[in-house]
Ligand binder design. Structure first.
Ligand code: C2E
Ligand code: MG
Ligand code: MG
Length: 621
């Protein structure tokens, strides 16, 4: 029998150990353990009851007690349920004379139970379960013991209700945190959660030496979807894309919807960056099938940028994301639907780019830009017919910055109209210089124009002003652009191109063959010159497929009334083959590297002198 002092000891121990965060199961385990120590019983059990559901919490001092607890729940019969229902204690001092609970008693007696005393777990009007004391011999419990047991049950209830309240609170705050970290439209993690995971991942990578990869996925022409089909369909696209991407990822990967049409995938703990190829292949494949939305079949593609982290590096999450974003931007500029990789481990690319972006402002005023010029020659005799102006930034501390890095940054910074305008003017001035000083008026000037620049307001006016101020003819200026000009708004691009043609300038399709749907654009584009990309030229002499492609491009261009320039000609074999295939002009290191204005001046001057009219000739043809 529990003495007063034992009871108060147990109660005060309860009070001490039930610290704020004591979990419910532990409270119950503690209760049954202590109660068998101070009560004249063989076992104790407790079950928390929630109507209509299986009990989530059961505690028992031994296997028998556990069996009896479960038996009552299973049979839906027994003193435990009765105490819970009535809110009063139940005493069954002798099972053999008890008429209530026949199902339970039949089974429990077989297992050796002789007496049971049950106390409701109650607080005010609320009841949450019952405490059962089991004995293997018959006999009553003293009034003091009964009272002590009920007191323990009451105290336990108070703790449990408290713990439940805390759990509810935790769950509510967890829920609201989940909401604040997820995107409402797609239900995917948002930027904040992505950054949190990225930060953890960077810390882990630094310790483990493993690599993480960040894939920046940006839908191509999403604005067109929104404008054409409305925002409701646009939203459906985003949800559907989110679902498709989730399907191709591993369980531990994070897919976040960071803004508008941008998704980011974080794949942690890759054994090698090569694994990223497999993942990007799966991400690409997610866009293979068209999306069926509100009765529309939509073909959606995405540009993907990839950045890696890892190996003892201290990258900031923002830098990694920025790098992946830049890689995506490069993929987008290449025509969309592809991917590009910037590897943070090889180069401090992100901080490099951030610094360049900062330094870019005021660039024109500091005279840090210049143009190199690369001759373009007639395939047959190698004489110079035109030169291509190629932009360079001589950064005071970082050395030469190539246009591949500079142009995308300038586009992002909104500096392309200013820089592009400078390039046009500078190239035109150089050409005027040959005309005025060397009387050479048959060397054309090619200037590259990015898609962004072509579509920027006032571009046609700018070209018109440069052309009218120059001493040469308009058709001595060629504007080179890639197929990516059609990616964002093909119809508008065609209008701009026609306006440019009306000025009399020539238009060249640069890097032909590397974009997508090339042929359909070639048919629509009022193109004067097709520049076969160096990828195909590099394969000449080695690979019959490349020869067939180059032959087909030359044929098609000629059929459409365009001339052909082969880019990236590096060897005599390539030159020979291009001549056989009928490419009109060649450009490449085999003839001349891009060179500063003074050197090109010398070449042009010699041309006039007749001393060296041309670059390498085809002696063997
Ligand atoms: P692009 O118009 O296709 O220019 C040709 C690129 O190929 C140049 O690279 C040139 O240096 C390189 N190249 C020439 N011959 C060979 C060769 O035989 N082998 C190899 N492997 N490469 C050769 P660069 O100067 O780095 O320019 C890269 C791209 O940047 C250009 O490609 C062009 O798209 C763009 N770009 C250059 N200047 C400007 C500019 O003023 N404005 C704009 N918007 N883009 C520019
Ligand atoms: Mg070019
Ligand atoms: Mg090119």
């Amino acid at each position: 029998m529990a003495s007063e002092s034992q009871l108060s000891e147990v109660l005060s121990e309860f009070a001490r150990t039930m610290v704020t965060d004591f979990p419910i199961q532990a409270i119950l385990d503690h209760l049954v353990e202590r109660i068998v120590e101070i009560m004249p019983v063989t076992a104790a059990g407790v079950t928390l009851i929630s109507p209509g559901v299986e009990p989530r919490y059961i505690a028992a001092s031994n296997g028998d007690a556990l069996r009896f607890e479960k038996l009552q729940t299973e049979l839906e019969d027994g003193p435990c349920l009765e105490a819970y229902r009535t809110g009063g204690a139940i005493a069954v001092p002798d099972l053999s004379c008890e008429e209530r609970f026949p199902l339970f008693i039949a089974r429990a007696s077989e297992a050796g139970l002789a007496a049971v005393f049950t106390f409701p777990l109650r607080l005010g009007n609320r009841r949450i379960g019952a405490l059962d004391l089991y004995r293997d011999r018959r006999g009553k419990l003293s009034a003091t013991s009964m009272k002590a047991a009920q007191t323990l049950a009451d105290v336990t209830t108070a703790y449990i209700v408290n713990a439940e309240g805390r759990a509810d609170l935790r769950e509510a705050s967890h829920r609201s945190r989940e909401i604040s970290l997820h995107d409402a439209l797609t239900g995917l993690p948002n930027r904040a959660l992505l950054m949190e995971r990225l930060e953890h991942s960077l810390l882990r990578c630094r310790r483990s030496g493993l690599t993480s990869a960040v894939f920046f996925v940006d839908l191509d022409r999403f604005k067109v979807v929104n404008d054409t089909f409305g925002h409701r369909v646009g939203d459906e696209v985003l949800v559907a894309v989110g679902a498709r991407l989730s399907e191709v990822l591993r369980p531990g990967d994070t897919l976040a919807h960071v803004s508008g049409d941008e998704f980011v995938v974080l794949c942690e703990d890759l054994d090698s960056p090569a694994q990223a190829d497999v993942i990007v292949g799966r991400l690409d494949a997610a866009f293979d099938q068209p999306f069926s939305l509100s009765g529309n079949e939509l073909n959606i593609s995405a540009s993907i940028g990839i950045a890696f982290t890892g190996k003892g590096r201290a990258d900031a999450p923002e830098d990694v994301l920025h790098t992946a974003d830049m890689a995506m931007y490069r993929a987008k500029r290449a025509g969309g639907g592809g991917h590009d990789i910037l590897d943070l481990r090889d180069q401090h690319f992100a901080s490099y780019q951030a610094a360049l972006e900062r330094d870019m402002h005021g660039l024109l005023g500091r005279n840090e830009l210049h143009l190199d010029y690369q001759p373009i020659v007639a395939t047959g005799d190698g004489h110079i017919t035109s030169v291509e102006a190629l932009l360079r930034w001589a950064h005071p501390s970082r050395g030469l910055v190539t246009p591949g890095v500079l142009i995308p940054l300038a586009e992002k910074a909104g500096l392309i109209p200013a820089i592009g305008g400078w390039v046009l003017q500078e190239a035109s001035d150089e050409q005027s210089h040959w005309q005025n000083d060397y009387r050479v008026d048959d060397v054309a000037m090619s200037v590259n124009v990015s898609a962004h620049q072509l579509m920027s307001a006032g571009f046609v006016d700018l070209v018109a002003a440069v052309v009218s101020a120059s001493t040469g003819r308009a058709d001595q200026l060629t504007l080179e652009m890639s197929e990516s000009v059609f990616v964002t708004d093909g119809e508008r691009a065609l209008i701009v191109l026609n306006d440019l043609k009306a000025l009399g300038v020539k238009l060249a399709l640069d890097d032909f063959g590397t974009g997508f749907s090339s042929l359909s654009y070639l048919l629509q584009f009022p193109v004067d010159i097709v520049k076969i990309d160096k990828i195909f030229v590099a394969g000449l002499g080695r690979d019959r497929t490349n020869r067939a492609i180059v032959a087909a491009i030359v044929q098609l261009a000629h059929d459409l009334g365009s001339t052909v320039i082969a880019e990236g000609v590096e060897t005599i074999e390539q030159h020979r083959e291009l001549a056989q295939l009928g490419a009109d002009f060649c450009q490449g290191f085999y003839f001349a590297h891009p060179m500063p204005a003074v050197n090109i001046d010398t070449l042009i001057e010699h041309r006039v002198d007749g001393a060296s009219q041309s670059l390498p000739k085809l002696a063997t043809l």
